[in-house]
Design a protein around this ligand. Structure first.
Ligand SMILES: [Fe+2]
Length: 371
């Protein structure tokens, strides 16, 4: 990739990211949905050891997932890179060591449910501390975007620049800090020991008994969030630019996906049952809607990319329609269908699913679903 092209095919490359994954020798999963990242087949990964796979979901190459498994007592080879990365632990327990060149190393231990920032271009190495269980990790990254932008692996993986504003050993509490809640629904942190227990803020505008917290991690512009839909409820359908990856981390239910124009056509709605660790990545402007049909909450972790702070939010963390209208940012642009605007068949079908599962709690029969 770093050499000059010699054939037309090499020169007229459609996707440097795709070419990179081929070179890695591990699977690339495409489409919009993967049922279970925890059991997704992986292949031996020579570059770092362990096993791995990559994704190209939602027909876009801005945000991608990297799924990695480390064998019992195993470790990955260290790396550093010019793309952003946040790690979620799907299975097992272990530790990550991070450092800047010439500085002492720092180690943080984790187990299932942990979410951890990998600071930009800092060295990092992952270890499995279990003697008999593999551990499985999920990295949400903008690797695809960065590799396509620079298409030079030497620059992406061997750049000596130290972003000491993102991480330095002098930041003593980098992973120990309990984080800062800047405002309603806005939280900056580098490590959450278990996102399944993390308290979220109410978000009635999206759905009755729904809550969210947006996470800024690794001193980056990460757009991650944790969304929780309570038992017996679902969120309003909405759409935005492609790139969002919604990973189920707790509970179960289903998703509806449909294109603008098909709002009232049940035949055109794609219904996908979800459970941990399924992922849904809607395509550009595709409506998506989350339904909780299980006992207890449905909790999802969404990777949405690393772009500027959403201008659709005012300083209090509230939705700001003026800012949203001004925005030229596809990810920040969002459009929703209120409960009272949606096809009534959607709710009828939802009630049937609740009955099947013996859930008696329901949304109020008439409500507006927020602004
Ligand atoms: Fe969304």
């Amino acid at each position: 990739m770093s050499q000059a092209p010699t054939t037309f095919e090499e020169w007229w490359v459609g996707s440097y990211y795709r070419r990179f994954v081929e070179r890695e020798g591990v699977p690339l999963y495409e489409g919009s949905i993967l049922e279970d990242l925890a059991t997704l087949p992986l292949k031996d990964w020579e570059r770092r050891g362990g096993k791995a796979a990559y994704t190209r979901l939602g027909n876009q190459e801005d945000v991608n997932l990297q799924i990695v498994e480390i064998p019992p007592q195993g470790e990955l080879k260290p790396e550093h890179h010019m793309y952003e990365s946040v790690m979620y632990v799907m299975k097992g327990k272990g530790a990550t060591t991070i450092w800047q060149e010439g500085e002492p190393k720092r180690t943080v231990e984790w187990e299932e449910g942990a979410l951890l920032a990998v600071p930009l271009n800092a060295w990092h190495q992952e270890f499995n501390s279990s003697g008999d269980e593999p551990c499985r990790l999920l990295f949400g990254t903008n690797m695809a975007q960065v590799i396509n932008l620079y298409h030079n692996l030497e620059f992406v993986f061997n750049n000596p620049f130290k972003f000491t504003d993102r991480y330095s050993h002098s930041m003593e509490n980098f992973y120990a800090d309990e984080g800062k809640r800047w405002n309603l629904r806005l939280f900056a942190t580098n490590f959450i020991p278990d996102v399944r227990k993390f308290k979220l803020d109410p978000w009635e505008e999206r759905g009755i008994r729904t809550s969210i917290t947006r996470l800024y991690m690794g001193n980056s512009l990460s757009q991650l969030h944790l969304l929780e839909v309570s038992e017996g409820t679902y969120v309003t359908a909405h759409r935005h630019g492609a790139g969002a990856h919604v990973v189920v981390i707790e509970g179960g239910g289903y998703e509806l996906l449909f294109q603008p124009g098909d709002e009232l056509n049940p035949e055109k709605r794609q219904k996908v049952f979800i459970k941990p660790y399924g992922v849904v990545a809607p395509r550009t402007n595709e409506y998506h809607q989350h339904f909780n049909t299980a006992k207890g909450p449905l909790r999802q972790l969404a990777f949405r990319g690393w772009v500027r702070r959403p201008p659709s939010m005012n300083a209090k963390g509230e939705y700001d329609p003026v800012g949203a209208a001004r925005s030229d940012n596809a990810l920040a642009y969002s459009s929703k269908i209120r409960y009272d605007e949606e096809d009534p068949k959607i709710r009828e079908e939802y009630y049937k699913e609740l009955e099947k599962n013996g859930i008696s709690l329901r949304l109020e029969p008439v409500d507006q679903g927020g602004a």
